[in-house]
Design a protein around this ligand. Structure first.
Ligand SMILES: Nc1ncnc2c1ncn2[C@@H]1O[C@H](COP(=O)(O)OP(=O)(O)O)[C@@H](O)[C@H]1O
Ligand SMILES: [Mg+2]
Length: 236
């Protein structure tokens, strides 16, 4: 059974239709990449999947339950948890306070101490800074707090919106290394990125979005060999 199924979704903002007819699925324990240029509609799709925007057509199902009209907190309770574009941390709060915000949902609250130690185990650099204000950390460390906060909700699917954006290559390497560990723990991952090469190398499958539509899909490595993708995304 597919964990997440998006079927013929249309949607956007008021009268502005961004998503035209999007069909995509993420199965249990897969790492699925959603790549595409700036403005393609990737974040709009994530906002629609997480209940922040309502589709005007189509359906979204998560573990067999229809979620396209569910409120965002219910989607989180079911285990679909996102790391939003631009991190959106509480910069005046400490690293640990930010992490604990992620564990507010009923499913995660009881296990929050254990999960906190797991997150610090994955991200040693933020463990050392747990009592620092989140806003005082480097961009890479803040992204780790944002991923950690999502993990605090004990997701069944972790969806990330451009976690590598604006980070130096060495920090991106480190972040992808941790994502690899998270994947090995059995997590299902939806990774939205403009960093096409690294993302497709890691992904089991990928989707390429252009103008609110999926124009290509296939295994990660297969897509990396695709001529359209090479020309338009990899500059080869
Ligand atoms: N809040 C908004 N209101 C109206 N249009 C928006 C809003 N956010 C994004 N858009 C438009 O939706 C389109 C897709 O944007 P977005 O989903 O952010 O793309 P991506 O994440 O792939 O860069 C763009 O044309 C963008 O201008
Ligand atoms: Mg975006």
């Amino acid at each position: 059974m597919a964990t997440l199924e998006v079927r013929g979704v249309r949607g956007g903002y008021g009268d502005v239709t961004v998503l035209k007819d999007v069909t995509l699925d993420v199965r249990d324990r897969e790492v699925v990449a959603l790549v595409g240029a700036n403005g393609a509609g990737k974040s709009t799709l994530l906002r629609t999947m997480s209940g922040l925007l309502r589709p005007t057509a189509g359906e979204i199902h998560f573990n067999g339950e229809r979620i396209d009209h569910a409120p965002p907190h219910h989607v989180v309770d079911l285990g679909f948890v996102q790391v939003p574009e631009g991190k959106q941390l509480f910069s005046q709060m400490t690293v640990e306070e930010n992490l604990l915000v992620g564990a507010m949902c009923p499913r995660a609250r009881g296990e929050r101490q254990k999960t906190l130690e797991e997150v610090y185990g994955l991200f040693a650099e933020i463990a050392d800074k747990r009592m620092r204000q989140a806003g005082s950390l480097s961009g890479g460390e803040q992204q780790m707090v944002a991923v950690g906060r999502a993990l605090m909700a004990r997701p069944k699917i972790l969806a990330m919106d451009e976690p590598s954006l604006g980070l130096a290559p060495v920090v991106v390497e480190r972040l992808f290394g941790v994502l690899q560990k998270i994947r090995e723990s059995g997590m299902t991952i939806l990774l939205i990125e403009q960093n096409v090469q690294q993302t497709l190398e890691m992904a089991d499958r990928g989707y390429v979005m252009e103008n609110g539509q999926i124009v290509l899909t296939g295994a990660g490595l297969e897509l990396l060999g695709n001529e359209h993708l090479k020309t338009h995304y990899l500059g080869l």
